[in-house]
Design a protein around this ligand. Structure first.
Ligand code: ADP
Ligand code: MG
Length: 709
């Protein structure tokens, strides 16, 4: 490895404690650390302004309107009065220019502001205007003695930073912060903030250099420069997030050893030719081709398979599993719930009834007696396919030759559990991770960027779109009548209640009340109802579910335990009670339980009368589309990336400036740029990637950077 001539980051001036900066006393330093986590020069450099104000632009008080936002006005202080007592105490002053009067109010830090101001003096004021009884007002403005600038005609953009009341009381308001950044830029030069992107990239994407970007984001010469700075720094954020995650992927491509599946053998061929229950969609075929290629490569596959509810991911898994067995390996399929594991077992065992493979089911409720032969079979290699819940990754489960692992409905499984799978064989098995509901592509690239990525973007033919309606709870009787109609046609129905927390007593009470009510609409023995919820013992839950699957019951009343994957093609109605309490992806998952057979299906969302704007938006989206990928995009827009299930803990989403929602195109560009660099020069040996390499080495040991050669 070549030695890099680069002074280690610890001696960089940017690592200096913040007190080393002129203007930062011990007291201020303490507050900067406590209030804003600013410890070093670098932290200050990255404390970006919230906005800028043109210092030369002072507005007339008389011209302020309801449309005014943040403004700067100047005027003479007319009076100063304290109002109220103790907690409701506030300071009110009036400021006058030759066009009008504005009121300024402070609720906090009153005493030091009162000391600062003097009636009769002229002040410059900055803040957000609001109108009260037709009069303009600013609460908690920034205020300073007014010194008119020479009319040069040039604008001067002054940065405004976020600050806190405590810092303000020590003279560091949003504007005064700018003095610190000015001091900082007196101390640092381009050498301290070296370029970290290859020159060709800067050229190609018209990005300004790094030092300029920092300077211009704080103290832009003009608005255009400011936007260029933001653009450059956002790009950098995306670039390095992508770099670290793609590096993991590419290291695996280069260094991991995988089990080579040399052939497509008799089991696959026999099944494919004689037993395939339907024609595969083109999308399914493509994904199988991708998996085939990966598993033949001699490297370990780690692939994320995305597909909408009902797109037929299971068949892709099954065919891949057959290839594994054809090559002499064992395979596992792991599902997040017992119900789903059981169902996969039933379906797959049925589909493979003509194929000589040994399939076993292992879940938390398998008894010790059942377990023993299964575990032995896994160890001796006589079990070909083990289907189950996370029980199958417990340490006690040992395989002779585990070659392929499918994780269904990914987001209920953590990364740690995935890693546990890898350790089940000396050479790690190939891993196929399948999502329950689509994740927006941008999110997948950011959070699961270390995995290879496949999409099934096509539903099997002949599916009738599900009709979704939103009704208020007072329409429940009509809804029940509608269910009766459908039952009279021989169909079945789901009625789902929210279960916000597994332990919530209230949710269970609602479920029970709901169950009684449903029973009163659908009396025995004409109608039979199953109930399924998380507090039932597994065997009872399973039995109730099974009665519904066998069509022994007409209606399934339950909580979201039925959410994932359950397949009852004869069910044509899905009623979701208190639908406003569910998230979009959950609603979409639940809706996906119907429309699985040949019959026209319906989803009815019942809600209370009072709905938040967000809930209204969610319902509108559900009614307007059946497309899981569209819904996932909307979900991301409404809730933001941090709230999407399975991604909450991901550090990959913590950007200071960039947003994967608003800056989606840039994320794509950065991703491709990274991919290209890693493809051509994975070890960063080329001259032109040296700036990049130095930077990455200086970041070592920081956030999640893996080793680089
Ligand atoms: P998901 O992707 O949600 O896991 P499944 O694998 O459960 O979907 O498939 C949904 C239903 O569609 C199943 O009943 C399955 O047998 C059926 N199916 C899958 N692929 C096809 C196909 N190519 N043509 C017709 N039906 C299919
Ligand atoms: Mg599925």
């Amino acid at each position: 490895m070549c030695k890099v001539i680069f002074i280690s980051s610890t001696s960089n001036i940017l690592s200096s404690p913040i007190e080393y900066l002129t203007g930062v006393s011990a007291i201020r330093g303490d507050l900067l650390r406590k209030e804003l986590s600013i410890f070093t020069f670098r932290d200050l450099l990255e404390h970006y302004p919230l906005r800028h104000i043109d210092k030369t632009k002072v507005e007339k008080i008389g011209s302020l309107s309801y449309n005014s936002d943040y403004v700067q006005v100047a005027g003479k202080l007319l009076d100063m009065q304290m109002h109220g007592e103790r907690r409701s105490k506030r300071l009110i002053v009036h400021l006058q220019d030759n066009t009008g009067i504005i009121e300024l109010v402070w609720f906090q830090g009153i005493n030091w502001i009162e000391k600062l101001l003097q009636v009769g003096h002229v002040y410059l004021v900055f803040g957000k205007v609001s109108f009260f009884m037709g009069k303009p007002q600013i609460s908690h403005p920034e205020i300073e003695v007014y010194t008119p600038l020479n009319a040069t005609g040039k604008s001067f953009l002054e940065p405004i930073y976020s600050s806190t009341e405590k810092l303000k009381s020590k003279g560091l308001n949003g504007k005064a912060f700018g003095k610190l950044t000015q001091e900082l830029f007196k101390k640092i030069t381009e050498k301290d903030v070296p370029e970290n992107l290859p020159a060709s990239l800067l050229l190609q994407y018209k990005l300004i250099n790094r030092f300029d970007a920092f300077q211009q984001i704080h103290m832009p010469a003009n608005e255009n420069n400011y936007h260029q700075a933001i653009r450059r720094l956002k790009f950098e954020e995306f670039f390095f997030a992508q770099f670290s995650i793609q590096l993991i992927k590419i290291s695996r491509h280069h260094f991991s050893k995988g089990l080579p599946f040399e052939k497509v053998g008799p089991l696959f061929n026999q099944f494919y030719e004689n037993d395939l229950p339907f024609q595969l969609t083109n999308a399914q075929k493509n994904v199988i081709r991708e998996i085939r290629k990966d598993t033949a490569s001699g490297k370990q596959m780690n692939r994320l398979l995305q597909g909408d509810v009902g797109s037929g991911k299971t068949m892709v898994a099954l065919l891949s599993i057959l290839i594994a067995i054809d090559n002499g390996y064992q395979a596992v399929l792991m599902a997040p719930t017992e119900i789903l594991a059981q169902q996969h077992y039933n379906t797959i065992a049925h589909q493979l009834k003509n194929i000589s493979v040994n399939i076993q089911l292992l879940t938390g409720s398998s008894t010790a007696k059942m377990r023993k032969p299964i575990l032995e079979g896994c160890e001796q290699g006589t079990v070909d396919i083990l289907i189950g819940t996370h029980a199958i990754i417990e340490d006690k489960v040992v395989f002779k030759q585990l070659g392929f692992a499918v994780v269904d409905e990914q987001h209920k499984f953590g990364v740690a559990q995935r890693a546990k799978l890898w350790k089940k064989n000396l050479i790690p098995p190939h891993v196929l991770v399948m999502t329950a509901t689509p994740i927006p592509r941008t999110l997948a690239l950011t959070v699961y960027g270390d995995l290879d990525y496949s999409v099934i973007d096509e539903l099997p033919p002949g599916r009738k779109p599900i009709t979704t309606t939103h009704r208020y709870e007072n329409a429940r009787p009509q809804t029940m009548d509608f269910i009766k109609e459908q039952l009279s046609l021989g169909r079945q129905a789901y009625i789902i209640y929210p279960l916000i927390e597994e332990s919530s007593k209230l949710d269970y009470e609602n479920l029970m009340k709901g169950y009684e009510e449903v029973k009163s609409f659908f009396p025995e023995p004409k109608y039979w109802i199953s109930m399924v919820h998380g507090k039932q013992p597994a065997n009872q839950k399973e039995a109730n579910m099974q009665r519904f699957v066998n069509a022994d019951t007409h209606i399934l009343v339950g909580t979201t335990v039925i959410e994932v994957g359950v397949n009852v093609p004869n069910a044509s109605v899905m009623v979701i009670e208190s639908a406003e309490k569910f998230g979009l992806s959950q609603l979409h998952q639940l809706r996906g339980r119907v429309g699985r057979g040949a019959d026209k299906s319906y989803c009815i969302l019942l809600t209370g009368q009072k709905l938040s704007a967000d809930a209204r938006e969610r319902l509108k989206i559900m009614v307007s589309t059946n497309d899981g990928f569209k819904i996932a995009e909307k979900d991301l827009e409404i809730r933001g990336p941090g709230e999407i299930e399975g991604t909450r803990q991901s550090g990959a989403l913590q950007f200071k400036l960039a947003s994967i929602v608003d800056d989606k195109p840039m994320l794509e560009v950065a991703r491709n740029a990274v991919a290209q660099i890693l493809e051509n020069d994975y070890e960063l040996k080329n001259e032109e990637n040296q700036s990049l390499k130095s930077y990455i080495q200086s970041q070592r040991g920081k956030t999640g950077w893996s080793k680089i050669a």
